[in-house]
Write a protein that binds this ligand. Structure first.
Ligand code: NAP
Length: 283
């Protein structure tokens, strides 16, 4: 039995970093990233640490601001506004999830669209769907970049996206449409889920349910991207069962697939934000 080819996010992320280093060496300034974290949620602590480390390794100016979990919403909004006005700051990221007393939507709308390196501001969401230039969410960007790197032609392909979150599923559907894919988005209310996922030539799974997708859900020879990161008894598991490697032609590993691409795209967005703010969006 031949097992699916592994699509390594680590490998592709390295090529992104190489290109970014070249761009950075040609700039007369150093782009800067400011990450805000509230509270001590262990996953957020480790994600923020990783983002800061990668940014520094790449030669960006990176700074993390940590606030107590009970920080009032108005205080957070005030800090964001100060960073919006700060000419030294190119990218602002507020690590999610936020404590329950803070309205995430208000926070995301407060970040200047030109500094919105997570791509969650409604203006950037609109640009994604209207075909304009803007800052788009890192994980979906990472998925598309990874597929393109491995020569996966998306034009006209049947692509099924499992999951419809604002962070992954929906923006990914928008990006895939921009690549001329034929996109179907499925979710927890979809009937006959395995029947629909079996139509996919490219299947992207972002549900947050460990090993939900079994081999019967996958069309033989399909390319499968597993976005899921589930901590189960100290291990990281994807949303795709390992047996899928028996039917897919290519599969991303967890960890080491989409995760490294997400961080690489954050770095790319920071450089892009720095350029957009200085030179404006291309017309
Ligand atoms: P989310 O906001 O919880 O959304 C999950 C989506 O999956 C929802 O649309 C939900 O449907 C759907 N869903 C849940 N259970 C389902 C089921 N049994 N059958 C069909 N659909 C189901 O999650 P998210 O933020 O998109 O994240 C998804 C996964 O990706 C998580 O494991 C997360 O940790 C991971 N992730 C990884 C990265 C990375 O860089 N690698 C980045 C972001 C997220 P409804 O809308 O109907 O509820």
């Amino acid at each position: 039995m031949t097992l699916a080819r592994t699509l390594s996010g680590h490998e592709v992320a390295e090529t992104v970093y190489r290109e970014l280093r070249e761009t950075l060496s040609s700039l007369p300034f150093v782009p800067s990233l400011r990450v805000i974290r509230l509270g001590e949620d262990p996953a957020s602590v480790s994600y923020v640490r990783l983002k800061d480390k990668r940014a520094r390794e790449l030669g960006l100016l990176s700074q993390v601001e940590v606030f107590p979990a009970d920080t009032p919403e108005e205080a957070l909004l005030g800090r964001i506004e100060a960073l919006n006005q700060d000419p030294e700051v190119d990218g602002i990221l507020v690590q999610l999830p936020l404590p329950a007393h803070i309205r995430t939507e208000r926070v995301l709308e407060a970040i200047s669209p030109l500094k919105d390196v997570d791509g969650f501001h409604p203006l950037n969401v609109g640009k994604l769907w209207s075909g304009g230039e803007g800052l788009f969410p890192c994980t979906p960007l990472g998925v598309v970049h990874l597929l393109k790197h491995y020569g996966v032609e998306l034009r006209g392909k049947e692509v099924v996206v499992l999951g419809r979150s604002n962070i992954v599923g929906k923006p990914l559907a928008g990006l895939l449409l921009r690549e001329d894919a034929t996109v179907t988005v499925v979710h927890s209310r979809t009937r006959n889920l395995p029947e629909v996922t079996r139509r996919a030539e490219v299947l992207v799974v972002a549900v947050g349910r460990p090993h939900l997708v079994r081999k019967e859900w996958v069309r033989p020879g399909a390319i499968v991207v597993d976005v899921g990161v589930n901590r189960v008894e100290g291990k990281l598991l994807g949303d795709v069962h390992p047996e899928v490697a028996e039917v897919a032609s290519a599969l991303t590993p967890v960890p080491g697939g989409v995760g490294p691409m997400t961080v690489a795209m954050l770095m790319a967005n920071t450089v892009k934000a720095a350029l957009l703010r200085r030179h404006g969006a291309p017309r």
